[in-house]
Structures are given as structure tokens and as C-alpha cells.
Design a protein around this ligand. Structure first.
Ligand code: TXA
Ligand code: MG
Length: 351
């Protein structure tokens, strides 16, 4: 299959520019498109075959459910069996935006979209292209991140092309996304609202609106724990991982720098290809040929936005060993470290 590349300017585009992409979605085809979090791989959520094609294109296990993207609250009537008061409050505050909520599903939502579950994940994105696409096509768009299963999520159209060229109908290139980490997922289908995946909307922000919010224990664990099963099926898989072996070094900055420099020398002396994931503040402190700055510690948002691009770059460099600094695990740092720990398969050295 030839994948059509189409560029679109999110700040100024005409709805007519979306005619072809809408036709593809309406016919059950697959389209990658920008959202404010990461690029999504979209298909018609109410069309079982479109969902099946999404799993095939990504190489994704079919028990890992998709998020349904909507453009207005009325859509919930077609998708969710019931909408609790808490969800209406969260929607008031955070939709459109990087928040996904889990509801009991309506019969009409195919099980192939929900990975066999009786619940459905729903998000109303704020990105103007994503919103226009849902509105103009009249399709509720099932969209996982537009990467090959297991690889870092795409924050640029080039990342999508790298993974899915020839496997999907179209890539809509709207430039780099703003946030760079996937949406926060909150389960509202049982008792106390529970965070299943941390993201840009933090636990504190949710608590300000709802009062008590729980966190799925699988997110808090510092290592793979076979006894704790993640409630979001996707969170149980190895993910975001570069091909090289990644290790996170935790501790005071000067000790971290010393330890990384020691490890770099050890592996370089063995003849291995080594890279360091540093920050603007520390990038000059390393004696290594491949030092990449992920962003500035002064703005956590820059680190979130840069992380997946840097993880992909580790493969372009051909790094066999990757040593990364770590970040505070509060607010947005919780989401950043959640992704980094998975990328490192929970290899952490404390200094
Ligand atoms: O920001 C995002 O959420 C992006 C953009 C494209 O919207 N999408 C995204 O989708 O990250 P994906 O498929 O890569 O991640 C969806 C996550 C998976 O971990 C999946 O297991 C979980 O959501 N999920 C989906 N439906 C669920 C359900 N009914 N119950 C529990 N977890 C669910
Ligand atoms: Mg994903």
C-alpha cells in the first residue's frame, strides 16, 4: 500500500483540505493525525474491521484496547452506557484536552475496539486538526499512538513514517505535537476514580476537581511486578524501548554525572557504542561522543516534549548502552519517569 503524505498547518487550514482524509476514514481506512499529546493512528471506532486493521498495522496485541476520540459531549450518548457525575465535572475542566476516561460501553461499540472489554476509553482532543477531522468526517475515531507496538510514541510525522510507511492509507503532517506524552487515563467505571496512566493532567489537578483519586498500584511500582496486573492492558507491555540497553541513574546531580562518566568509559573501553541522555544544565559535563539533551530541568514540559524523539534517536545513533539522568517524580515528572522506567525495563542505579 502506498501511504499518502499530506501536510496541514494546524494554525490555519480550510476544512476542504480534509476532504480526502475524511473519505478514507469513512471507507474504513487508516489515517495518522496529530493530537496535542502524540500522533494517533485513526480508524472508524464503530467499524470492527477498521479496528482490526489498526491492530495489524501496529503489530499490537488484540487484547490492548483503543481510545475513542470524540469532538463533543453528545457523542458520549452513542458510546458510553452511563456517564457519572465525576466524568461531567472532569470534562468541564479538562475537555477538550489530554485526558481519557473509561466508561461502561454501549452495545454499538465493537469489542474489537475495546480489546474484548465491556468498558470503553474516550477522549476529546483539543488539537484543531484532530477536532476538525472528527467533526468533518462524522466518524468517532479509534486511535492508539501511531507507532509500531513497543516503540516510543510518535511526536512528529517523521516518526510515524519511520514505523508505518506502506502500512496505512495516509499520514497527516501537522508538525511536532505540543505535549509529547500520551493522555492521562482515569477509570470512572468503578467506585473511586483511579489513574491508570499518568500524563499531563496530574493527580493533583484531578483531586482539585474530584476530591479523592486513586492511582493504579501498577504505576507506582519501581520494577516489573508479576503480582500486580495493570488495569490499562497497554501498561503491562514493555514499551517506549530503544534497541540498546538503557539504565537510569538516580541521585544528586554531581554523583549522577560521575557515575555516568564512569559507566561510559567502562563500556567505551570494551568497544561498545554508548550514549547519554542528559539535560541542558548537564550536557557539557559528560565525556562521551553521543550526549543528547532531552530538555531543560527548568521546564519539565520541555523534557516531556523531547523524550520520545531522543529515545528514537538512540536507535539512529546505534547506541548499545544508554545512560540517562532521572527526574523528580512529582507532577509531570511522574508521567515522564513512568515512561522512562518502562523504556529502561526498570534498570535503575541509585548513587
Ligand atoms: O494521548 C493519547 O491517549 C494518545 C492519542 C493518540 O490520543 N493515544 C494513546 O493510545 O496513547 P494508546 O492506544 O497508545 O494507549 C491507550 C491506553 C492503553 O494502555 C490501553 O490499554 C488503555 O489506554 N485503555 C484503552 N481502553 C481501555 C479500557 N477500556 N480499560 C482500561 N484501559 C484502557
Ligand atoms: Mg501507545
Amino acid at each position: 500500500m502506498k501511504t499518502i503524505m499530506q501536510t496541514i498547518n494546524p494554525e490555519s487550514f480550510r476544512d476542504e483540505e480534509l476532504e480526502e482524509v475524511c473519505r478514507i476514514l469513512q471507507k474504513g481506512g487508516l489515517v495518522a493525525f496529530p493530537t496535542e499529546t502524540v500522533y494517533g493512528l485513526g480508524g472508524d471506532a464503530m467499524h470492527p474491521e477498521a479496528s482490526a486493521k489498526i491492530y495489524a498495522a501496529k503489530g499490537r496485541p488484540s487484547d490492548n484496547p483503543l481510545i475513542v476520540h470524540i469532538a463533543d459531549m453528545d457523542a458520549l450518548e452513542d458510546i458510553a452506557q452511563s456517564v457519572p457525575e465525576a466524568a461531567v465535572k472532569l470534562a468541564d475542566h479538562f475537555w477538550p484536552g489530554p485526558l481519557t476516561m473509561i466508561f461502561p460501553k454501549k452495545e454499538a461499540v465493537p469489542k474489537s475496539t475495546t480489546g474484548g472489554l465491556e468498558t470503553v476509553a474516550v477522549r476529546m482532543p483539543s488539537h484543531p486538526v484532530a477536532r476538525a477531522l472528527i467533526r468533518e468526517s462524522g466518524v468517532y475515531i479509534a486511535a492508539p499512538s501511531a507507532n509500531t507496538s513497543g516503540r516510543p510514541s510518535p511526536t512528529k510525522a517523521e516518526h510515524v513514517k519511520e514505523d508505518l510507511d506502506g502500512r496505512i492509507d495516509m499520514i497527516l503532517d501537522g508538525g511536532a505535537v505540543g505535549i509529547g506524552l500520551e493522555s492521562t487515563i482515569v477509570d470512572l467505571s468503578t467506585g473511586v476514580p483511579t489513574i491508570l496512566r499518568p500524563g499531563y493532567i496530574t493527580g493533583e489537578m484531578l483531586e482539585d476537581v474530584l476530591g479523592e483519586v486513586q492511582v493504579d498500584p501498577a504505576i507506582l511500582s519501581q520494577k516489573m511486578n508479576p503480582n500486580i496486573v495493570a488495569k490499562a492492558p497497554g501498561m503491562k507491555y514493555r514499551h517506549y524501548a530503544p534497541k540498546g540497553q538503557m539504565t537510569i541513574i538516580e541521585g544528586d546531580t554531581s554523583k549522577v554525572v560521575d557515575e555516568i562518566n564512569r559507566l561510559v568509559k567502562e563500556k567505551t573501553d570494551e568497544g561498545c557504542s554508548v550514549a547519554v541522555i542528559a539535560t541542558e544544565e548537564t550536557k557539557d559535563a559528560y565525556a562521551c561522543a553521543n550526549v543528547r539533551s532531552v530538555g531543560s530541568r527548568a521546564t519539565e514540559g520541555s523534557i516531556a516534549a523531547g523524550l520520545y524523539d531522543i529515545l528514537r534517536e538512540m536507535d539512529h545513533i546505534g547506541a548499545e548502552y544508554i545512560y540517562a539522568e532521572s527526574f523528580e517524580k512529582d507532577t509531570l515528572g511522574k508521567a515522564i519517569m513512568n515512561r522512562m522506567l518502562k523504556a529502561a525495563a526498570y534498570h535503575v542505579i541509585k548513587v
